[in-house]
Write a protein that binds this ligand. Structure first.
Ligand SMILES: [Zn+2]
Length: 251
């Protein structure tokens, strides 16, 4: 097994560990970039907690990306593209239905590993009537260190192709407005995506997102979250010692 695949298996099992309640059964998926043209993604029907190297398939990034730009493409085209994009033409397994959003995120050179999960407390926020407001702010310094000063929020759309297009749209809007790459994407009525250059960056951001979400859920019993001011958030976001901590946490 290659070192990359070993790291991806370890990261995926961590995210799928039942004690963490980030994903159960077939929930969630993960990926890692092999080179600028190809990546490993979880095969459809596999389970994160018990996955091994046979649970991943190698897929072409440009072949998958073509369908995101094709406005006329629908479900039939998705099935065909996911088949055609397999690096090994004899491969019988199918890539995850969320392969398209992984492909898009892995076109960003700074991201090498992607983890997508449905963590319980994070989904309490994302499935609530206050999802946008609850996910908008920052509540303590380590929240900013692990998740950045802001996250991408994606309103609910149909999973698969439509979701991948919406993630791309909201991601590009975020980068243009904020001038930095996000560390986390929060999808309404769905779940979380964390991105990074190492498995540790992905798992740390997932861990902190879930911890923060648990605290925010609790604050609604006491009048709601007391979000930090923009000035205080910006201060943590730009402090050199905090940047050092971000690097250490990301491994
Ligand atoms: Zn999902």
């Amino acid at each position: 097994m290659s070192d990359l695949l070993r790291q991806l298996v370890e990261m995926s099992r961590y995210l799928g560990d039942p004690s963490r309640t980030y994903a159960i059964l077939g929930e969630g998926n993960s990926s890692a970039r092999i080179d600028s043209d190809t990546f490993y993604v979880k095969a459809s029907g596999t389970t994160l907690s018990t996955i091994d190297e046979s649970g991943f398939v190698a897929v072409s990034i440009p072949k998958v990306m073509g369908i995101l730009e094709d406005e006329s493409a629908g479900d039939d085209e998705v099935t065909q593209v996911l088949k055609d994009a397999l690096v090994d033409a004899k491969e019988k397994r199918r890539p995850s239905v969320e392969t398209m959003l992984h492909a898009f995120l892995l076109t960003i050179p700074e991201y090498k590993f992607i983890g997508h999960t449905h963590p319980t407390f994070t989904n309490m926020l994302l499935c609530s009537k206050h999802s946008r407001e609850a996910c908008a702010g920052r509540i303590f310094p380590d929240h900013i260190v692990s998740m950045g000063h802001r996250s991408v929020f994606v309103p609910y759309v149909d999973p698969g192709l439509v979701l991948a297009r919406e993630v791309k749209r909201q991601f590009e809007r975020f980068v243009e407005a904020e001038g930095v790459l996000p560390k986390a994407i929060l999808m309404q009525n769905h779940g979380l995506i964390t991105m990074g250059d190492s498995p540790k960056a992905v798992t740390s951001c997932t861990d902190m997102t879930e911890k923060v979400s648990q605290i925010i859920v609790g604050t609604y019993a006491l009048g709601g979250p007391n979000f930090m001011s923009e000035k205080d958030v910006a201060r943590i976001h730009t402090r050199p010692d905090e940047h050092y901590r971000i690097k250490s946490i990301a491994g």
